[in-house]
Design a protein around this ligand. Sequence first.
Ligand code: PA5
Length: 454
Amino acid sequence: MINLDERYSLEAHVADGGLAVPSSGASTDLRQRLAAGLQRLQGDRQQPDSMLGWIDQPTRTLDALADHQAVLRQAFPDVTDVVVLGIGGSALGMLAVHDAFKQHHETKPQLHVVDNVDPDVIQPLMDGLDPRHTVVNVVSKSGTTAETMAAYMLFEAWLHRHLGAEKGDRHIVVTTDPEAGILRPMAQSRGLITFDIPPSVGGRYSVLTPVGVVPSILMGYDVQGMAEGAASVNEDVAALGVDSLPARLALTHEMLRPLGLNMVVMMPYSSRLRRLSDWFVQLWAESLGKRLDRNGGIVHAGTTPIPASGTTDQHAQVQLFNEGPNDKWTVFIKLAEAAHHVVLPEPNDSLQDLAYLGGHRLQDLMNAEQLATAAALANNGRPSVTLTIERLTPATFGALLQTFMWQTALVGELMGIDAFDQPGVEMGKRYTYALMGRPGFESVRDELGLDGDA
Ligand code: PA5
């Protein structure tokens, strides 16, 4: 479903750099370490406390889909606006799904993802919505994150003000952990429609849980296709092991890292995949940027993900990628076919200098630009790999999601770190609670050392 072209990662094509062999020729030691990591992930995936629930989530989603659809369709037959309140892993996956499919689907509702506490976004949004036809889906795994809770307080009050408490509650959908947090008991006591985020799936790995599934159903997106595409990656990983696509991407990363390439550029050549880059950046950064290894040793591990978009960034960041510090490698994504078949017209007499473009498919220009960029980077000694999908469909999109989740988890295994926690993020959350006066966090305030500044 996804084709990997490693040509421009090889020293045969990369001037004064690149790899002597493709990922399939990685050293025995590296392949063995990867095989051990893969075995650990596969072996522990059923453990409830493993945080590996994302592996089997596509199948669980397929099993639950009809029930989820029935609940939502019955509750919301007539929706014009879906408001998702969430941040980080509780927002970026759905934003990526929406970006990929919004223009290509006959869909009535509008989606609004509130992933910041910016008054200049929230107030105009509430002012412009019709509460009678709006669903508010609050999404928080922990059920406590301050930004999401603040947005929820505002939207709940807005619904109650306009519709009354009882009717307003019928416009709320809660997506949260089955037990933890503030949202769950609130939802239970008021009988709100509620969906579970499995405890074994962390935020940034949760796009195929109700986190992304509920808004996708409300928007009319093809959840089944996405889940089936993701499940097919699991089958490939099971069948091919260290030769599967995610494993080969993880090997490439580990082979390029010793060459000083400690940044990964994610550069799809499709505007519909821009938000996939943002989702990838969060997945990678929060999973792999770690102070400690699994044994508690201080390692400050991580490589830096950079989002880019082709062709747009050819006229922006690509200058840096080509001639700046040689510390990056690029993952390109390209589509063999776009959804729309657009052919450039033959130019009129006054535009004969553009005759070379006439008659070509626009997608051919897009893909020529991608190849040109990969070749130019290689000529400047900067490696890349290219992932090609035939078309951007729910299945290929789901396959991309699952591929990158596997790749990230496998790189975490190779780095010897826990790719499923986020102590740095949690620290910021605790400090925010302390600054805002949340009971129980008084002593945390002392850690900040602000001496009464805030
Ligand atoms: O990936 C993660 O775990 C984080 O980015 C979380 O998704 C983010 O902090 C939001 O957390 P929560 O869903 O608990 O509100």
